[in-house]
Design a protein around this ligand. Structure first.
Ligand SMILES: *Cc1c(COP(=O)(O)O)cnc(C)c1O
Length: 223
């Protein structure tokens, strides 16, 4: 069994019911994706539009491509025809553009709000309060070509797993609050995307339903 196949099997066999693995294949060659595909993996995560375009054109059509990186509004149109989920929606402006491009394709695109819970400064993501406000305001309900399926977050880049846990916990509490509140009538609001190679076991304990694992499966990325 190849390393890739072995890792896919190890990870997926340890996942609780209802939790899915997004195999993060950015910067890895198509041959690596094919190996994972042969092991049964169907959900792959990419974070660069051009790279995703190339891979999507060459690889099997039953792959579910998840866009997990920061997405510029002017690039949404390229991936709108096929992308299965957009994880890091960090502004209403981006959500509106996804809705517009999805409409042109006659699609409804599943999206996640990126919530900023890490200690680190970043320009991306909604703060928990911005998320609450956007949920209450309700524009997401009027956008008919997106479906807001949950939240995504990245923990601080640290070895301190207690810190990481507290950040995932904060995201999960916010998810629970929104699910009981503004999203109470939205059964599709059920996804929590957190956990990467070094912290996904903690993420699972903090309610993740989609883990995004790259280097543990495919090895280190060469940039
Ligand atoms: C690259 C990336 C991952 C995967 O990280 P690994 O440490 O390689 O598992 C997960 N999520 C996002 C948003 C990424 O950009």
């Amino acid at each position: 069994m190849s390393h890739i196949e072995e890792e896919i099997r190890n990870i997926t066999s340890s996942l609780p019911q209802g939790v899915r693995l997004v195999a993060v294949s950015k910067f890895h060659p198509e041959s690596s994706i094919e190996e994972a595909y042969a092991a049964g993996q169907r959900i792959f995560g990419e974070s660069h539009v051009q790279e995703l375009q190339r891979k999507q054109g060459h690889l099997p059509k039953d792959i579910e491509w998840h866009f997990i990186g920061h997405l510029q509004t002017n690039k949404v149109k390229y991936i709108a025809p096929y992308v299965a989920m957009i994880h890091a929606v960090d502004s209403m402006k981006l959500l509106r553009e996804i809705d517009k491009q999805a409409a042109k394709c006659g699609r409804t695109i599943p999206c996640l709000w990126e919530v900023h819970v890490a200690r680190e400064e970043t320009k991306y993501g909604f703060t928990p309060d911005e998320c609450r406000a956007a949920a209450e305001e309700g524009e997401w309900k009027r956008l008919e070509h997106i479906r807001l399926c949950g939240l995504m977050c990245m923990a601080s880049n640290t070895e301190d797993l207690a810190q990481v846990r507290s950040e995932f916990h904060l995201a999960r509490m916010l998810f629970n609050e929104l699910k009981a509140g503004a999203f109470a009538g939205a059964p599709y609001f059920k996804e929590c995307s957190w956990g990467m190679s070094h912290d996904y076991p903690v993420a699972l304990e903090e309610g993740s339903t989609l883990i995004r694992v790259g280097s543990k499966i495919f090895g280190e990325r060469v940039y």
